[in-house]
Design a protein around this ligand. Structure first.
Ligand code: GTP
Ligand code: MG
Length: 208
């Protein structure tokens, strides 16, 4: 669940207290290997992002498919962590997942308490994000699909991507550049708005 910090002290009026209230939401940044998760968290984070990169080794060459990201020399082995303030009183704690199948065991731990997720996709290998899409769908965690538009990749529209991934109607697809702060922030705002709507709808369903 999202954590809420009400930094109120004795003697404050309700108005003053409201101004100092702050909400921190946990968001996952997921997707296949080398799709730009670490890049996105680093681009938007206002603190120095925590990274857990290790060099890609020769031993891993057969499983680490760097087609399209040939300049990639490292991979995330635990998680990325960053923080962004969306507006006064609302910040997001970003947790980037490791992209390789051998680190799946970390996902359940990472997704604990997450409001929602961003699934990054690369249209040159869209199938790599199927496991992430399945993971969040099965657990009922709201997510948006953010297509990281690599140079040289054919441009697909949001509808085409949605159809190719067989997404539930309403699951947002956003085009982005993971290296660009404003673009990444836009994705996160869409994610928070969507997750807010989903969680509210579920709450209303549960009391009706
Ligand atoms: N051209 C281009 N390159 C990008 C973009 N985003 C990331 N890259 C490059 O693609 C490579 C992969 O980026 P990462 O951010 O490490 O990908 P990742 O999803 O964290 O990778 P893993 O943690 O190993 O799964 C890096 O070499 C980036 O510089 C992009 O939008 N355009
Ligand atoms: Mg990474």
């Amino acid at each position: 669940m999202p954590s809420e910090h009400a930094d109120t002290t004795h003697g404050e009026t309700a108005g003053e207290a409201a101004e100092t209230d702050s909400l921190a939401l946990k968001i996952l940044v997921a997707g296949g290997f080398g799709v730009g998760k670490t890049t996105l968290v680093g681009a938007v984070s206002e603190i120095r992002p925590l990274r857990t990169e290790e060099l890609l080794s020769e031993a891993g060459q057969s499983v680490d498919d760097t087609d399209g990201v040939e300049q990639k020399t490292t991979t995330t082995v635990a998680m990325d962590f960053g923080r962004i303030t969306i507006r006064s009183g609302l910040s997001l704690y970003l947790f980037g997942t490791p992209g390789q199948d051998r680190f799946w065991f970390l996902w359940d731990e990472l997704s604990q308490g997450a409001l929602g997720a961003v699934v990054l996709a690369d249209t040159r290998r869209l199938e790599d994000c199927f496991p992430s899409v399945d993971y969040f769908e099965h657990r009922g965690i709201p997510f948006v699909v953010a297509v990281n538009c690599f140079a040289g990749a054919r441009a697909y529209g949001e509808r085409e991507v949605s159809r190719a991934l067989d997404l539930d109607l309403g699951t947002p697809v956003v085009l982005c550049d993971a290296r660009d702060r404003d673009s990444g922030k836009e994705v996160l705002i869409r994610m928070v708005e969507y997750a807010g709507r989903m969680h509210t709808a579920r709450l209303l369903d549960s009391v009706s």
